[in-house]
Design a protein around this ligand. Structure first.
Ligand code: ADP
Ligand code: MG
Length: 264
Protein backbone atom coordinates (compact mmCIF):
# COMPACT_ATOMS: atom_id res chain seq x y z
CA UNK A 1 0.00 0.00 0.00
CA UNK A 2 1.22 3.52 -0.81
CA UNK A 3 2.32 5.31 2.37
CA UNK A 4 0.99 8.80 2.94
CA UNK A 5 3.56 11.56 3.42
CA UNK A 6 4.46 12.72 6.91
CA UNK A 7 2.46 15.63 8.27
CA UNK A 8 4.92 17.70 10.24
CA UNK A 9 2.58 19.00 12.94
CA UNK A 10 5.17 19.86 15.58
CA UNK A 11 8.06 21.18 13.56
CA UNK A 12 10.18 18.06 13.85
CA UNK A 13 11.60 18.46 10.35
CA UNK A 14 13.21 21.76 11.18
CA UNK A 15 14.77 20.37 14.35
CA UNK A 16 16.11 17.39 12.39
CA UNK A 17 17.45 19.73 9.73
CA UNK A 18 19.31 21.90 12.23
CA UNK A 19 20.71 18.88 14.03
CA UNK A 20 21.83 17.41 10.71
CA UNK A 21 23.55 20.66 9.68
CA UNK A 22 25.27 20.83 13.06
CA UNK A 23 26.36 17.21 13.11
CA UNK A 24 24.40 16.51 16.30
CA UNK A 25 22.64 13.21 16.79
CA UNK A 26 18.94 13.05 17.57
CA UNK A 27 16.82 11.08 20.01
CA UNK A 28 13.08 10.77 19.46
CA UNK A 29 11.06 9.88 22.54
CA UNK A 30 7.47 8.76 22.37
CA UNK A 31 5.02 5.88 22.58
CA UNK A 32 4.37 3.49 19.71
CA UNK A 33 2.49 4.67 16.66
CA UNK A 34 3.19 8.37 17.01
CA UNK A 35 5.00 8.60 13.67
CA UNK A 36 8.63 8.24 14.74
CA UNK A 37 9.64 5.83 11.98
CA UNK A 38 7.66 7.66 9.33
CA UNK A 39 9.28 10.96 10.33
CA UNK A 40 12.80 9.60 10.03
CA UNK A 41 12.12 7.83 6.72
CA UNK A 42 10.68 11.00 5.22
CA UNK A 43 13.55 13.06 6.55
CA UNK A 44 16.12 10.72 5.00
CA UNK A 45 14.23 10.91 1.72
CA UNK A 46 14.28 14.73 1.84
CA UNK A 47 18.06 14.59 2.21
CA UNK A 48 18.38 11.91 -0.47
CA UNK A 49 20.30 9.93 2.13
CA UNK A 50 20.36 6.17 2.40
CA UNK A 51 18.70 5.05 5.60
CA UNK A 52 20.13 2.02 7.42
CA UNK A 53 17.84 0.78 10.19
CA UNK A 54 18.46 -1.42 13.19
CA UNK A 55 15.49 -2.44 15.29
CA UNK A 56 16.77 -3.23 18.76
CA UNK A 57 15.53 -6.03 20.98
CA UNK A 58 16.95 -8.27 23.69
CA UNK A 59 18.18 -10.49 20.89
CA UNK A 60 20.28 -7.83 19.17
CA UNK A 61 23.95 -8.78 19.48
CA UNK A 62 27.14 -6.82 19.04
CA UNK A 63 27.78 -8.86 15.92
CA UNK A 64 24.70 -7.33 14.28
CA UNK A 65 26.25 -3.92 14.70
CA UNK A 66 29.90 -4.60 14.16
CA UNK A 67 30.05 -7.76 12.07
CA UNK A 68 31.03 -11.41 12.10
CA UNK A 69 33.99 -13.42 10.99
CA UNK A 70 33.39 -15.63 8.01
CA UNK A 71 35.28 -18.65 6.83
CA UNK A 72 35.19 -19.74 3.22
CA UNK A 73 37.65 -21.97 1.35
CA UNK A 74 39.97 -21.86 4.32
CA UNK A 75 40.31 -18.09 4.35
CA UNK A 76 38.98 -15.84 7.07
CA UNK A 77 36.88 -12.87 6.05
CA UNK A 78 34.74 -10.35 7.86
CA UNK A 79 31.10 -9.64 7.21
CA UNK A 80 30.65 -5.99 8.20
CA UNK A 81 27.71 -5.13 10.44
CA UNK A 82 25.29 -2.32 9.75
CA UNK A 83 26.89 0.12 12.18
CA UNK A 84 30.32 -0.21 10.62
CA UNK A 85 29.02 0.00 7.08
CA UNK A 86 26.93 3.04 7.89
CA UNK A 87 29.92 4.82 9.49
CA UNK A 88 32.15 4.02 6.55
CA UNK A 89 29.65 5.11 3.92
CA UNK A 90 28.21 8.07 5.81
CA UNK A 91 24.61 6.97 5.55
CA UNK A 92 21.82 7.91 7.92
CA UNK A 93 21.55 5.35 10.70
CA UNK A 94 18.24 4.75 12.42
CA UNK A 95 18.49 3.03 15.80
CA UNK A 96 14.91 2.04 16.55
CA UNK A 97 13.79 1.25 20.11
CA UNK A 98 17.31 1.65 21.42
CA UNK A 99 16.22 1.16 25.00
CA UNK A 100 15.25 -2.45 24.29
CA UNK A 101 18.89 -3.45 23.82
CA UNK A 102 21.19 -5.22 26.27
CA UNK A 103 23.89 -3.27 28.11
CA UNK A 104 26.87 -4.85 26.25
CA UNK A 105 25.38 -3.87 22.89
CA UNK A 106 24.84 -0.30 24.08
CA UNK A 107 28.42 -0.12 25.32
CA UNK A 108 29.77 -1.00 21.89
CA UNK A 109 27.51 1.56 20.31
CA UNK A 110 28.72 4.18 22.74
CA UNK A 111 32.24 3.68 21.44
CA UNK A 112 31.13 4.67 17.94
CA UNK A 113 28.98 7.59 19.03
CA UNK A 114 31.47 9.53 21.11
CA UNK A 115 33.00 12.65 19.65
CA UNK A 116 35.73 10.83 17.77
CA UNK A 117 33.12 8.81 15.88
CA UNK A 118 35.42 5.80 15.69
CA UNK A 119 35.15 2.11 16.30
CA UNK A 120 37.94 -0.44 16.64
CA UNK A 121 37.27 -3.73 14.86
CA UNK A 122 38.65 -5.92 17.58
CA UNK A 123 36.63 -8.81 16.08
CA UNK A 124 38.78 -8.86 12.95
CA UNK A 125 41.83 -6.87 11.90
CA UNK A 126 41.87 -4.48 14.85
CA UNK A 127 41.46 -1.71 12.31
CA UNK A 128 39.99 1.60 13.47
CA UNK A 129 37.03 2.73 11.44
CA UNK A 130 36.57 6.49 11.24
CA UNK A 131 33.05 7.58 10.37
CA UNK A 132 32.48 9.55 7.18
CA UNK A 133 31.81 13.24 7.81
CA UNK A 134 28.19 12.85 6.62
CA UNK A 135 27.39 10.11 9.09
CA UNK A 136 24.17 10.96 10.95
CA UNK A 137 22.36 9.00 13.64
CA UNK A 138 18.77 9.15 14.85
CA UNK A 139 17.57 6.91 17.67
CA UNK A 140 14.14 6.31 19.16
CA UNK A 141 13.18 5.18 22.62
CA UNK A 142 9.81 4.19 24.02
CA UNK A 143 8.70 5.55 27.38
CA UNK A 144 9.89 3.38 30.26
CA UNK A 145 6.35 2.14 30.87
CA UNK A 146 6.62 0.16 27.63
CA UNK A 147 7.29 -3.57 28.18
CA UNK A 148 10.89 -4.62 27.75
CA UNK A 149 12.33 -1.13 27.94
CA UNK A 150 15.26 -0.19 30.13
CA UNK A 151 16.76 3.09 31.13
CA UNK A 152 19.53 4.21 28.76
CA UNK A 153 22.87 4.77 30.48
CA UNK A 154 23.31 8.56 30.97
CA UNK A 155 26.53 8.63 28.98
CA UNK A 156 24.82 7.09 25.98
CA UNK A 157 21.93 9.51 26.38
CA UNK A 158 24.42 12.36 26.18
CA UNK A 159 25.48 11.22 22.69
CA UNK A 160 22.06 12.39 21.50
CA UNK A 161 21.89 16.03 22.62
CA UNK A 162 18.94 16.89 20.36
CA UNK A 163 15.74 15.40 21.78
CA UNK A 164 12.38 15.40 20.08
CA UNK A 165 9.33 14.45 22.08
CA UNK A 166 6.61 12.90 19.95
CA UNK A 167 3.26 12.32 21.63
CA UNK A 168 -0.15 11.58 20.16
CA UNK A 169 -1.24 14.71 18.31
CA UNK A 170 -4.28 16.81 19.20
CA UNK A 171 -7.55 15.36 17.85
CA UNK A 172 -7.76 17.85 14.96
CA UNK A 173 -4.23 17.00 13.84
CA UNK A 174 -4.80 13.27 14.12
CA UNK A 175 -7.93 13.77 12.01
CA UNK A 176 -5.84 15.31 9.22
CA UNK A 177 -3.18 12.62 9.47
CA UNK A 178 -5.67 9.75 9.34
CA UNK A 179 -7.47 11.39 6.39
CA UNK A 180 -4.23 11.15 4.43
CA UNK A 181 -4.23 7.40 4.98
CA UNK A 182 -7.95 6.85 4.38
CA UNK A 183 -9.19 9.73 2.20
CA UNK A 184 -12.73 8.42 1.77
CA UNK A 185 -13.69 8.20 5.43
CA UNK A 186 -16.76 10.29 6.46
CA UNK A 187 -15.75 13.16 8.76
CA UNK A 188 -18.14 12.36 11.61
CA UNK A 189 -17.19 8.66 11.68
CA UNK A 190 -13.53 9.59 11.81
CA UNK A 191 -14.08 12.18 14.55
CA UNK A 192 -15.79 9.55 16.66
CA UNK A 193 -13.07 6.98 16.16
CA UNK A 194 -10.40 9.47 17.17
CA UNK A 195 -12.43 10.59 20.18
CA UNK A 196 -12.75 6.95 21.27
CA UNK A 197 -9.01 6.39 20.83
CA UNK A 198 -8.29 9.41 23.01
CA UNK A 199 -10.68 8.31 25.75
CA UNK A 200 -8.91 4.93 25.81
CA UNK A 201 -5.47 6.59 25.80
CA UNK A 202 -6.46 8.69 28.80
CA UNK A 203 -7.82 5.67 30.63
CA UNK A 204 -4.60 3.76 29.89
CA UNK A 205 -2.50 6.70 31.09
CA UNK A 206 -4.08 6.44 34.55
CA UNK A 207 -3.86 2.63 34.39
CA UNK A 208 -7.59 2.06 34.35
CA UNK A 209 -7.08 -0.16 31.33
CA UNK A 210 -4.03 -2.01 30.03
CA UNK A 211 -3.64 -0.84 26.47
CA UNK A 212 -3.35 2.47 24.72
CA UNK A 213 -4.41 2.49 21.05
CA UNK A 214 -1.97 4.17 18.66
CA UNK A 215 -2.39 5.96 15.36
CA UNK A 216 -2.08 2.56 13.70
CA UNK A 217 -5.47 1.75 15.18
CA UNK A 218 -7.16 5.01 14.20
CA UNK A 219 -5.85 4.57 10.63
CA UNK A 220 -7.05 0.94 10.53
CA UNK A 221 -10.44 1.98 11.88
CA UNK A 222 -10.78 4.58 9.10
CA UNK A 223 -9.76 2.12 6.39
CA UNK A 224 -12.29 -0.47 7.54
CA UNK A 225 -15.03 2.16 7.63
CA UNK A 226 -14.09 3.10 4.06
CA UNK A 227 -14.37 -0.57 3.12
CA UNK A 228 -18.06 -0.39 4.03
CA UNK A 229 -18.24 -1.91 7.51
CA UNK A 230 -20.51 -0.14 10.02
CA UNK A 231 -18.45 2.13 12.33
CA UNK A 232 -19.83 0.51 15.51
CA UNK A 233 -18.65 -2.91 14.34
CA UNK A 234 -15.26 -1.54 13.31
CA UNK A 235 -14.86 0.17 16.68
CA UNK A 236 -15.46 -3.14 18.44
CA UNK A 237 -13.03 -5.01 16.19
CA UNK A 238 -10.22 -2.47 16.16
CA UNK A 239 -10.53 -0.85 19.60
CA UNK A 240 -12.69 -3.07 21.80
CA UNK A 241 -11.86 -6.75 21.38
CA UNK A 242 -8.19 -6.42 22.29
CA UNK A 243 -9.13 -5.82 25.94
CA UNK A 244 -10.60 -9.34 26.25
CA UNK A 245 -7.07 -10.55 26.98
CA UNK A 246 -7.19 -8.75 30.34
CA UNK A 247 -10.48 -10.38 31.28
CA UNK A 248 -14.17 -9.77 30.93
CA UNK A 249 -14.35 -6.84 33.37
CA UNK A 250 -11.94 -4.72 31.35
CA UNK A 251 -13.47 -5.86 28.07
CA UNK A 252 -16.96 -4.94 29.31
CA UNK A 253 -15.80 -1.54 30.51
CA UNK A 254 -14.48 -0.66 27.06
CA UNK A 255 -17.45 -2.22 25.27
CA UNK A 256 -19.79 -0.01 27.32
CA UNK A 257 -17.87 3.09 26.25
CA UNK A 258 -18.10 1.99 22.60
CA UNK A 259 -21.83 1.29 22.87
CA UNK A 260 -22.48 4.66 24.49
CA UNK A 261 -20.66 6.43 21.66
CA UNK A 262 -21.66 4.37 18.65
CA UNK A 263 -24.98 2.86 19.73
CA UNK A 264 -25.30 -0.88 19.93
N1 ADP B 1 2.58 13.00 11.21
C1 ADP B 1 2.18 11.96 10.46
N2 ADP B 1 1.90 12.11 9.16
C2 ADP B 1 1.50 11.05 8.41
N3 ADP B 1 1.34 9.80 8.88
C3 ADP B 1 1.61 9.60 10.19
C4 ADP B 1 2.05 10.65 11.04
N4 ADP B 1 2.23 10.17 12.28
C5 ADP B 1 1.93 8.88 12.22
N5 ADP B 1 1.55 8.52 10.97
C6 ADP B 1 1.15 7.18 10.54
O1 ADP B 1 0.81 6.44 11.71
C7 ADP B 1 1.29 5.09 11.60
C8 ADP B 1 2.27 4.79 12.71
O2 ADP B 1 3.43 5.54 12.53
P1 ADP B 1 4.92 4.99 12.77
O3 ADP B 1 5.85 5.93 12.08
O4 ADP B 1 5.00 3.55 12.42
O5 ADP B 1 5.00 5.20 14.36
P2 ADP B 1 6.14 4.77 15.39
O6 ADP B 1 7.40 4.54 14.62
O7 ADP B 1 6.21 5.95 16.31
O8 ADP B 1 5.64 3.54 16.09
C9 ADP B 1 1.93 4.96 10.23
O9 ADP B 1 0.98 4.44 9.32
C10 ADP B 1 2.28 6.41 9.89
O10 ADP B 1 2.33 6.59 8.50
MG1 MG C 1 8.50 2.69 14.65
Amino acid sequence: MQEAAYLDWNNSFEILNKAHESGLFVLIIGPKGTGKTTLVKDFAKSKSARLDSINFSLRTRESHLVGTKTLSDGSVGFDEGLLVRSMREGSMLYLDELNSAEADVLLRLDEALDDRRQIVLKESSGETIQADKDWFVVATINPLTHVGTKELPPQLLSRFPVRIRLEYPPEKTEFEIVKRHAPGVPDDDLEQGIRLANILRQAAAVEEINYSPSMRETISYARLVVSGMPPAAVAAIVFGNVYAQWGSVEYQKVSDIITSMFGG
